[in-house]
Design a protein around this ligand. Structure first.
Ligand SMILES: Cc1cc2nc3c(=O)[nH]c(=O)nc-3n(C[C@H](O)[C@H](O)[C@H](O)COP(=O)(O)OP(=O)(O)OC[C@H]3O[C@@H](n4cnc5c(N)ncnc54)[C@H](O)[C@@H]3O)c2cc1C
Length: 120
């Protein structure tokens, strides 16, 4: 039996706005499929941009549109961090030959705590 490690990557293009060009969704960022959040991030970007454009048109105020990239990137990096954490935990908790028995037990404890927090 052969085993192959498939690279899971995250990519963020920053800033997400250049002049009148705004990047949204996968065009702006790719997130590890482990978190299954690519569509959620794309919808979040679209929601922020739609509100910013409406604000610009109705109030003649470009401030919300100008903060579009920063608003989205704060959310994107927060979700990228969670995706990296989840990807590492999933990988480390499997075959101990990957990153060792210690990392495996830490990852298993983290996943256990995720589904059954100690405070519960
Ligand atoms: C196998 C798989 C499973 C996934 N599972 C999940 C999941 O469970 N949950 C989740 O949240 N996300 C998931 N995703 C990620 C999610 O599908 C994407 O992050 C999301 O669709 C990105 O939306 P988007 O609008 O940015 O891009 P897209 O959905 O790719 O839309 C871009 C559109 O632009 C069109 N287009 C491209 N070039 C041109 C052109 N030159 N002219 C005109 N149109 C053009 C394309 O045809 C496409 O319709 C998954 C992705 C894959 C591949």
């Amino acid at each position: 039996m052969t085993k192959q490690v498939v690279p899971l990557r995250g990519v963020v293009f920053s800033p997400m706005r250049y002049g009148r060009l705004c990047l949204l969704g996968d065009a702006a960022h790719l997130i590890s499929p482990m978190s299954a959040e690519g569509m959620s991030l794309a919808l979040h970007d679209a929601d922020v941009l739609a509100h910013a454009i409406v604000h610009q048109v109705e109030k003649d105020d470009p401030s919300v549109l100008e903060s579009y990239s920063g608003t989205c990137l704060a959310h994107v990096w927060e979700r990228q961090a969670a995706a990296v954490w989840m990807t590492d935990a999933m990988h480390d908790s499997g075959d101990a030959s990957y990153r060792g028995e210690f990392r495996k037990q830490v990852a298993l404890a983290n996943l256990e705590n995720l589904v059954t927090p100690r405070s519960a």
